[in-house]
Design a protein around this ligand. Structure first.
Ligand code: FAD
Length: 311
């Protein structure tokens, strides 16, 4: 039983009446993860503004209710036992402002939608993000990238709520410690509320052609007809994880409902009723085979969200 749930309940009920959020109790997390895996969360909450996201997060911290902020759930694996606490979804925080070459976007804006919107203003630089199924917040947390582009290339600053100091402020991109699938936000004490980007003027039809071409490459190479969380492992310097896994003969290797994709060995797909335990067992198997074969320790890109009640 979640402690302090009555304080949270009262807050949520009032905030919902005032239109600041919506929420659900005892809700399956499978539909909030692109893996379609996960037990139930005590609460799933959708704040409608960045300010509300910060207030809700502040409340959870002050009353010690475990909480996690997620976007589209396209780079995570929820536990089979769910999440005893509050899972806060940002997907209703989707404001976009474009002024000249400067773009401001809320943390819940879909990357594909953002890339499309800026293309209509003849702005180039975000084409690489078209087709990454995440949000602005999730993408900055990961410094998501594809086809030679990364979020850090276009980001000017990130607006965060600092849960330790109870403050909202902007962090300049150069102070975000962006690296390969890394950012300062992964230290765990900050929540991304939104971000500012600078793009360049471009030719709308060339921008759209590039986005369509990159999308076609995704369709051709990725198992998009199965639930997954994209590439499970980070690239090891000098090696693509998918190639190492393919060379180890692991394509099609299956544990329960989790399978190494035949189409792209870097993806684990849910071929039917996979559990998080299946996926974790398959990840462990892949890591041990690759370690034994080539002496490389693969690191996961996908985040495992443990149930706080199990810790
Ligand atoms: C088919 C497929 C293709 C993919 N292709 C790519 C690709 O080409 N390149 C790439 O980089 N990734 C790719 N991914 C992975 C994923 O889409 C990206 O990492 C994406 O940026 C994750 O965003 P999200 O909103 O889904 O984050 P989530 O999965 O919801 O969250 C990921 C992490 O970010 C944290 N987080 C999310 N929002 C916030 C916030 N506002 N504040 C603080 N923390 C936050 C969460 O707590 C979690 O730890 C792919 C995934 C799939 C399923």
């Amino acid at each position: 039983m979640l402690s302090n749930s009555s304080v949270l309940e009262q807050y949520l009920t009032e905030a919902e009446k005032e239109g600041r959020l919506t929420f659900r109790r005892d809700c399956s997390l499978a539909s909030f993860s692109s893996f379609h895996i996960g037990g139930n969360a005590s609460y799933v909450i959708y704040p409608t503004t960045a300010d509300e996201l910060a207030s809700l997060s502040a409340l959870c911290h002050s009353i010690s209710v475990p909480n996690i902020v997620i976007g589209n759930g396209s780079n995570l694996l929820f536990s089979d036992s769910g999440y005893e606490g509050a899972v806060i979804l940002t997907t209703q925080i989707k404001d976009i402002k474009i002024k000249g070459n400067t773009v401001k976007a809320g943390c819940g804006v879909s990357l594909t939608h953002l890339a499309s919107e800026v293309s209509e203003s003849a702005l180039t630089g975000l084409e690489f993000a078209y087709g990454i199924p995440g949000t602005v917040g999730g993408a900055l947390y990961m410094n998501a990238g594809a086809y030679g582009g990364e979020m850090k290339d276009v980001c000017v600053s990130v607006k965060v709520y600092d849960t330790v100091n109870d403050e909202i402020y902007d962090i300049k991109a150069e102070d975000c410690a962006f690296g390969y699938r890394e950012s300062i936000v992964q230290s765990g004490d900050k929540i991304i509320l939104g971000a500012k980007f600078t793009l360049s003027e471009g030719n709308p039809s060339e921008i759209i052609e590039k986005m369509n071409c990159l999308m076609q490459q995704r369709i051709d190479k990725q198992p998009l007809n199965y639930p997954s969380a994209g590439s499970v492992f980070k690239r090891y310097p000098g090696y693509f994880a998918g190639k190492l896994i393919e060379d180890a003969g692991l394509k099609g290797y299956t544990i329960g409902g989790a399978q190494v994709s035949e189409k792209h060995a870097g993806f684990i797909i849910n071929v039917g009723n996979a559990t998080a335990a299946d996926v974790l067992a398959l990840i462990a198997h892949i890591r041990s085979v690759i370690k034994e074969n080539v002496g490389i320790e693969l690191q996961t890109e996908v985040k495992y969200i443990e149930n706080p009640a199990d810790q």
